[in-house]
Design a protein around this ligand. Sequence first.
Ligand SMILES: Cc1cc2nc3c(=O)[nH]c(=O)nc-3n(C[C@H](O)[C@H](O)[C@H](O)COP(=O)(O)OP(=O)(O)OC[C@H]3O[C@@H](n4cnc5c(N)ncnc54)[C@H](O)[C@@H]3O)c2cc1C
Length: 292
Amino acid sequence: MRTAVVREPGEVLVVPVERLRALVTHDTVLGDIVLHAYLLRREMLIGLEAGFQIVGSRYSPDTRRLREFAARNRLSHRWIDLEDDEEAEALLKGLGVAPKETPVVIWRGNEVLRNPSNEELAETIGLRERIVAEDVWDLLVVGTGPAGLAAAVYGASEGLGTVALDAVATGGQAGTSPKIENYLGFPSGISGAELAARAEIQAEKFGARISVPAESTALEERDDCYVVSFKDGSEATARTVLITTGARYRKLDVPGLEDFERTCVYYAATMMEARVCRGDPVAVVGGGNSAG
Ligand SMILES: Cc1cc2nc3c(=O)[nH]c(=O)nc-3n(C[C@H](O)[C@H](O)[C@H](O)COP(=O)(O)OP(=O)(O)OC[C@H]3O[C@@H](n4cnc5c(N)ncnc54)[C@H](O)[C@@H]3O)c2cc1C
């Protein structure tokens, strides 16, 4: 697949990912340029809706799950609504997919994932890093919002074997914010996406391993260590477990609310929700400063 276009005679240097990572972490000037270019490129691709396609109905909870997963992980993608996109039917027919098998994810034009779990999607696109079960980590961080990422940076920089996992995406709630102005060290503000990307690189620079999605379901003590179990049946063992899973929203006391939560009730008002609700009437209830 063509991924670059040269407009003038020039030279292409192919740099392996590991070398690029080392460069970004050790050369601050070049690292900043590369990181900034990477963030701008990603923003551009998201705006162009390049990348994989999600074909599914706006009324399907699984469509919403996949779209949210893509948005929270800042993955460039396009959603094709089965309900009113004329392209959808022809596209599905061409791929031999029946409408009842949707949502589907189309990867690289012809690979079809039928209603994949978030884990399957992450695996396919190379987002997920497998954490080896036999390892005993010094520090296992559950939840990679700002608190978890900060702990991963400090733990790893002190030489602890550190792993950080999140059910959805790095950055947590902050990752969805267009601009955070009260974060220490960023006087002119920083977007949540950039904060998350920078923190991730910083943690990895010190040797921390980060993996998403991994939803923890249980914690138990075993042989002087702690074992955390995850939704997919895997386990991770550590001497110390730090739980940084953030806050849970207080919900409105409205009968039947849960029936709608999987399709059309949202607990944030960021660009992501705006994209999902585009063109639809919206009612805002509460929300503090986010209601703005
Ligand atoms: C749109 C928006 C804008 C904001 N803007 C600002 C701002 O400008 N300034 C400011 O100070 N604050 C802001 N906030 C609030 C700020 O983002 C939060 O206070 C901060 O993110 C809390 O960090 P945290 O790491 O404790 O938790 P969170 O950011 O909530 O992260 C918790 C993480 O844990 C993960 N998790 C939960 N359960 C599990 C599980 N079982 N297994 C694995 N992972 C799990 C979640 O997926 C999540 O990624 C904003 C919030 C939002 C939503």
